[in-house]
Design a protein around this ligand. Structure first.
Ligand code: DO4
Ligand code: MG
Length: 308
């Protein structure tokens, strides 16, 4: 089952670009527009009460999260269009250089290669703020490349959804869309390379942690389509993660508090080579075992609906 956020009839629609987005066009604008929460299972969507929020469900511990999902109502409603599984103010953070592939790619692109090797081996991981909930894109919603960037990539990542006490409540797929030309020019430009409208996608829903027995053995696949052609594809596994998930969460919470929980993307293990850049009109498909698929068309930043 997955905890999903679905748009309500009448929400603003934003058609997906061409390409093989399976049934994901015509989705709500923004990550947190008119929508409601539901538990999606084989029997369809069972709606949660209208006052359900992710923040309240994550405000304590795993047991509280689990009991919050028990508030589902019967009977199952017809499946509705997905939007990002976050509240308006959910914080999304990301870890970096947690896989060897990411370390290598950053060393190749950067004017300061050594800092990536140092952080890969340091006790303290790289953690950075990525997005607020209202800016997060869901399955079928457009992500964006910056118009002032010449080299762009999607970054497929396992995201952990974390309770206020640090327990992992669930897992989702995150796309940490990034500009390699901007970060490569100077690492201090990281916020501009990674934090802009359309740079974060999350979904399709949140799979509860008790349904994923081994998060260190999940296959990750990414394909990029240009029209009908698959122009890039790659596979990896969370087995290649250089750190433990609870270690990343521990550092995030070490001197900070998230009273309504937090989402943490755990770094990319797939980075296309130097001859690849993501372009408006492309479509990105990311799959992680047990979590489904997150499929997003690509636009220019200016073409993303900015309604909060
Ligand atoms: O240092 C840059 C960020 C690295 C990153 O986003 C990743 O490894 O996934
Ligand atoms: Mg990343």
């Amino acid at each position: 089952m997955q905890l999903v956020r679905v748009s309500l009839p009448g929400a603003t629609s934003e058609g997906a670009a061409g390409g093989p987005v399976g049934g994901a066009s015509g989705t709500a604008s923004g990550g947190a527009g008119p929508a409601r929460w539901a538990v999606r299972g084989e029997d369809g969507d069972r709606p949660l009460p209208g006052d359900f929020t992710l923040g309240a469900a994550l405000s304590s511990d795993l047991d509280h999260f689990r009991r919050s999902l028990d508030r589902v109502r019967a009977p199952a409603a017809a499946p509705a269009t997905l939007t990002a599984p976050v509240d308006r103010w959910t914080e999304v953070w990301a870890a970096g250089v947690t896989y060897q592939r990411s370390r290598e790619a950053r060393r190749e692109e950067s004017s300061e290669p050594d800092i990536y090797s140092r952080v890969y081996d340091a006790p303290r991981p790289e953690l950075f703020f990525k997005s607020l909930g209202w800016r997060v894109r869901g399955h079928g919603q457009a992500i964006a490349v910056r118009s002032d960037s010449t080299w762009n990539v999607p970054e497929p990542e396992l995201a952990v959804v974390v309770c206020a006490n640090g327990e992992i409540a669930g897992y989702a797929i995150c796309d940490d869309v990034s500009s390699r030309s901007i970060e490569g020019e100077n690492p201090l430009y990281l916020p501009q390379a990674k934090m802009y409208l359309g740079a974060t996608a999350l979904g399709p829903g949140i799979r509860p942690s008790w349904e994923i027995p081994d998060p260190y053995d999940l296959g990750i696949r990414m394909s990029v389509f240009r029209g009908a052609e698959e122009i890039w594809t790659g596979t990896a596994s969370t087995g290649q993660l250089h750190r433990r998930l609870d270690e990343l969460v521990e550092h995030l919470l070490a001197a900070d508090r998230y009273p309504n929980g937090v989402v943490l993307a755990t770094g990319t293990c797939l980075v296309p080579g130097g001859d690849f850049t993501l372009l408006p009109g492309d479509e990105v498909r990311i799959e992680i075992d047990g979590l489904g698929a997150l499929v997003t068309p690509v636009r220019k930043t200016g073409d993303i609906d900015a309604s909060p």
